[in-house]
Design a protein around this ligand. Structure first.
Ligand code: UGA
Length: 338
């Protein structure tokens, strides 16, 4: 199998490439702006990397869509701070550029696995979000945080419509707060634009305060990257065509945790880490309101728990890594990299 991964140097792209190299005889053709997360696969004969930009290197992309069997368009802005600071960039990249890829998959009859997001459910009030029955609840237009959710939702609907017409073989995946090594970077965390786990690890490393936005009572169902990749591999293999035409929540409901508990767990793990247990001082946990942390146009999601019944049934998959273990592995990886 030939797999095209656009955005191969991202968090998911780098992990799925590694797994494909380790567990299969498939070839990967990957494009990204940089290759700094690809040290473990660069140079392998079945891994072909080109430095490029989805908005510029269109011929390379079209040629490889024709050449490959399955396409993973993973390029997206996925950090909430950017939804607020540059909402049009989010729309242009996450929607407009990806729409072109989807249309080429239709044109050349290629299977696409597209990353939707847990964010499409927005502030849905269901205790557990279901792919096929839950409503999407977004805030008013001036709350620009929702441009990401809305862009992804619209593309989900476009993909679904092509699928219904019989013009596209697709699977939509909805990762729920996947965490692990290489999630964002400690550098972007300095500007406050990494996702929460990296943000907190950076605070611990640089002895800055850990900031709980609005007190940290909001929760997320954190999912360890290896579990997510196990599901994604089953979807790429698509045995019996079971993943075709489906939307899958890929998350770990057992790891649902408030942001305050997350901060306390990470602080404790850091304090017990052999390289840091003798440090002179540790980060304080402080509270900041969302308006001053993110800006006026932010709005939060208070609970976000996936139903994973469909993935269990159709993919025979379930997540296995508990939260404490996932955080320990993530922290260790970031500290090792430093
Ligand atoms: C994320 C992003 O939108 C996407 O990465 C993705 O599609 C999706 O959700 C997902 O990973 O499933 P969110 O969970 O809000 O959104 O992103 P984080 O930046 O990780 O924030 C999680 C929570 O922690 C939010 O309530 C936020 O207010 C809080 N937070 C964040 C803090 O309390 N302190 C911080 O320093 C950063």
């Amino acid at each position: 199998m030939k797999v095209l991964i656009i955005g191969v140097n991202g968090f998911i792209g780098s992990h799925i490439s590694q797994r494909i190299m380790e567990d299969t005889d498939w070839e990967v053709f990957g494009m990204d702006l940089r290759d700094d997360k690809l040290g473990h696969v660069l140079g392998k004969p079945r891994f072909h990397f080109v430095e490029g930009d989805i908005a510029i290197n269109k011929e390379w992309i079209e040629y490889h869509i024709k050449k490959c069997d399955v396409v993973l368009p993973l390029v997206a802005i996925a950090t909430p701070k950017t939804y607020i600071e540059d909402p049009l960039a989010v729309f242009q990249l996450d929607f407009e550029e990806n729409l072109k890829i989807i249309r080429q998959c239709v044109q050349y009859r290629k299977r696409v696995i597209f990353p939707s997001t847990s964010e499409v459910y927005g502030m849905c009030t269901d205790a557990c979000f279901d792919e096929d029955t839950s409503n999407f609840v977004l805030g008013p237009i001036k709350k620009q945080r929702w441009i990401y959710s809305c862009s992804k939702q619209l593309l989900d609907r476009v993909i679904w419509a092509y699928g219904e017409q019989g013009a596209l073989d697709f699977t939509l995946i909805r990762p729920f707060n996947w965490i692990g090594p290489r999630l964002d970077s400690l550098e972007t965390a300095k500007e406050g634009s990494s996702r929460v786990v990296t943000q907190f690890i950076a605070a611990l490393v640089y002895k800055e305060p850990i900031v709980l936005v609005d007190g940290g009572a909001q929760s997320r169902s954190f999912t360890y990257i290896d579990d997510g990749i196990n599901a994604l591999m089953r979807i790429i293999r698509n045995e019996g065509g079971k993943a075709s035409g489906q939307i899958f929540n890929l998350g770990n409901p057992a790891n649902n945790c408030t942001i305050k508990d997350l901060a306390e767990k990470l602080l404790k793990l850091f304090q017990n880490h052999p390289d840091h247990r003798n440090d002179e001082g540790f980060s304080k946990i402080i509270i900041q309101d969302a308006k001053s942390f993110y800006g006026e146009s932010y709005q939060d999601i208070y609970t976000r728990v996936p139903s994973i019944e469909k993935a269990k049934k159709l993919l025979a998959w379930e997540p296995r890594v508990g939260l404490d273990d996932a955080l320990q592995r993530t922290l260790n990886a970031f500290l090792e990299e430093l």
